[in-house]
Ligand binder design. Structure first.
Ligand code: XIL
Length: 370
């Protein structure tokens, strides 16, 4: 009996020690998992804007139909600034002479106000999405410079006054500089330029300033990191500032590619524009997975493309955080990969930080990891 007991004691003791060890291991791994889950839960409860609260507001370009249901909730959680993607553009808000259409723009401004968000107005003077009527008389003939400027003044005054105190910043002038490697070719050959010459530029800023002296007035453009174009823009802004024109800031649209701009060109552009005393924002951030416009094959969101996009977003946000004293806002152009203005039939661009289900992508988690 004794022998049997003592013989059995060893395995029983061994088994109980073994079991206790397993229980301890399991408990500690549950604890770890619990802690990890808690950390993730905290991060999941936060939105993109919360991670950047000590840096700059995080905005998004929207249409009124983004502001309902699950997208509205997701927008409220992640963003604290809105830009109307289209509805404040001249052709939409001012479709005919003496005819303004405010409803859609009002909806966006009201949503922002009831949710404590800022609004960037986009855009007062542009060659795109501007009614052809603006440049024509009643028999279809091109108007004179006087008529064109009078119409521009009316447009800017009406739109800026309506949203005075509600829209804190305006893209007064959009894309007025030409993409040409020849540095002697400066201005885009737009109807505004053809009819008015350079004069409309300073006037546009003055009229916007008169309508709302507190609004922050932007020049906004793309390819602002390409040295030749960057320098043309720099020279134009320098000249405007010297003449006392009320331009306060520059918008780098930020329609970027995973291979462009380089970190150096991005840094140089921010530094160069800031050296004029202007604040800088990224106003239309997206990073297509296609490397250039000629990259036309619908490749899909492959792991390689995803990684390149993650690397680009990481790099860009690192630079923006480092330069937070110069940067007053970063706005994404569209809400999620569900729909981007870059998408074409059979060619999706996947350019944003949220996927088609509105969930944060891997790039998002890299952007908030600092
Ligand atoms: C784009 C909108 O996203 C599209 O829906 C529209 O069809 C065309 O304009 N630069 C700008 C923005 O300043 O206004 C453009 O927005 C994208 C390029």
């Amino acid at each position: 009996m004794k022998t049997i007991l003592s013989n059995n004691k060893t395995p029983i003791t061994f088994i109980s020690v073994f079991l206790v060890a397993i229980v301890i291991m399991l408990l500690s791994s549950f604890g770890r998992a619990g802690r990890e889950n808690n950390a993730n839960e905290v991060d999941t409860l936060k939105g993109l804007k919360d991670f950047y609260k000590d840096y700059f507001p995080i905005g998004v370009a929207v249409a009124p139909n983004n502001l309902v249901g699950e997208q509205a909730e997701m927008i409220k959680k992640n963003f604290n600034s809105l830009t109307p993607e289209n509805v404040m553009k001249p052709a939409l808000i001012h479709p005919a002479e003496n005819k303004y259409f405010w409803d859609d723009a009002d909806k966006i401004v009201e949503f922002a106000q009831s949710n404590g968000m800022k609004v960037r107005g986009h855009t007062l003077c542009w060659h795109g999405q501007t009614g052809a009527w603006m440049f024509k008389d009643s028999i279809g003939k091109q108007v004179t410079k006087e008529v064109a400027l009078a119409r521009l003044k009316d447009h800017i005054t009406q739109v800026v006054s309506r949203y005075k105190g509600k829209v804190y910043a305006w893209d007064v002038l959009n894309e007025a500089i030409v993409d040409d490697n020849d540095s002697s070719k400066v201005y885009r050959d737009s109807p505004w330029y053809k009819i008015c010459g350079e004069e409309f530029i300073a006037k546009a800023f003055q009229w916007a300033h008169e309508a709302d002296p507190k609004a922050v007035l932007f020049y906004n453009d793309y390819n602002t990191e390409v040295p030749v174009k960057r320098d043309k823009i720099y020279n134009m802004l320098k000249k405007l500032l010297k003449a006392g024109v009320p331009v306060n800031a520059i918008g780098l649209q930020g329609h970027w590619h995973t291979d462009d701009p380089s970190e150096q060109n991005l840094r140089d552009a921010i530094d160069k524009f800031s050296s004029l005393g202007l604040k800088v924002q990224v106003t239309e951030f997206d990073v297509t997975i296609y490397t250039s416009k000629t990259d036309t094959i619908n490749i899909g969101f492959t792991p390689e493309r995803e990684q390149k996009q993650i690397d680009f977003y990481k790099m860009a946000f690192k630079v923006l955080r480092e330069k937070k004293d110069l940067i007053t806002g970063v706005t994404f152009w569209n809400v999620s990969d569900r729909r981007s203005w870059l998408d074409r039939p059979n060619k999706k661009s996947y350019p944003l930080l949220f996927d088609e289900n509105l969930k944060p992508k891997k790039a998002y988690w890299e952007v908030v990891k600092f």
